[in-house]
Design a protein around this ligand. Structure first.
Ligand code: GRF
Length: 192
């Protein structure tokens, strides 16, 4: 059975979409564990509810983060690592150790509205301020630069003139919950 390791820093609704897809056999894989950098977040509750092991990593610096991640990932030995709303940069050594095995979901149509500082509602605010007529979500491979790895799949949504960042975020998130599990499924199938 293929193994997934998920990283999250927030409510974990994308993590939940992955849990659901593994439960209903849409994704043939087990979630070996969840890595978080904060304790009291929705993602941890969801993991506990489904008996998924959680590793809380609160390193003092990048070097320590590298070491903690290396140890944890060695233990869980994932076929694919999924960043599902993880707000900490993955150290380069880890990226090099898992080439083409780390993917991220971003709530905009990259390469637009990506990079440092573009996270959460800030992304949707920028899209609305620029009067874009469409936005969406992107799943991409993770490389050394924020939101710059190769794009795997995107889904567009319209931006309405009356949208607030919150309303747009909801519309995009709904698509994220479909796009991310479908990309995971495809990648795991390709690597059979
Ligand atoms: C999502 O919008 C995702 O694109 C971004 O962070 C958010 C995480 O939401 N990277 P959730 O924790 O999965 O609900």
């Amino acid at each position: 059975m293929k193994k997934l390791v998920i990283f999250a820093s927030g409510s974990g609704s994308n993590f939940q979409a992955i849990i659901n897809a593994t439960k209903n056999q849409d994704i043939h894989a087990v979630i070996a564990g969840l890595i978080v950098n904060k304790k009291n977040i929705g993602a941890v509750e969801r993991a506990q509810k489904h008996d998924i092991p959680v590793a809380l990593l609160t390193p003092d610096d990048t070097h320590q983060f590298e070491q903690q991640l290396e140890k944890q990932l060695h233990k869980w030995n994932p076929d694919l690592i999924v960043l599902a709303g993880f707000l900490k940069k993955i150290p380069e050594r880890i990226i090099r150790k898992y080439p083409d095995k780390i993917i991220n979901i971003h709530p905009a149509l990259l390469p637009k509205y990506g990079g440092k500082g573009f996270y959460g509602l800030r992304v949707h605010k920028a899209v609305i301020e620029a009067e874009e007529s469409e936005s969406g979500c992107t799943v991409h491979y993770v490389n050394e630069e924020y939101d710059k790895g190769d794009i795997i799949a995107q889904k567009k949504v319209p931006v309405q003139p009356s949208d607030t960042p919150e309303i747009l975020a909801k519309r995009v998130l709904k698509e994220e919950h479909k796009l991310l599990p479908s990309v995971i499924k495809n990648i795991l199938n390709q690597n059979n």
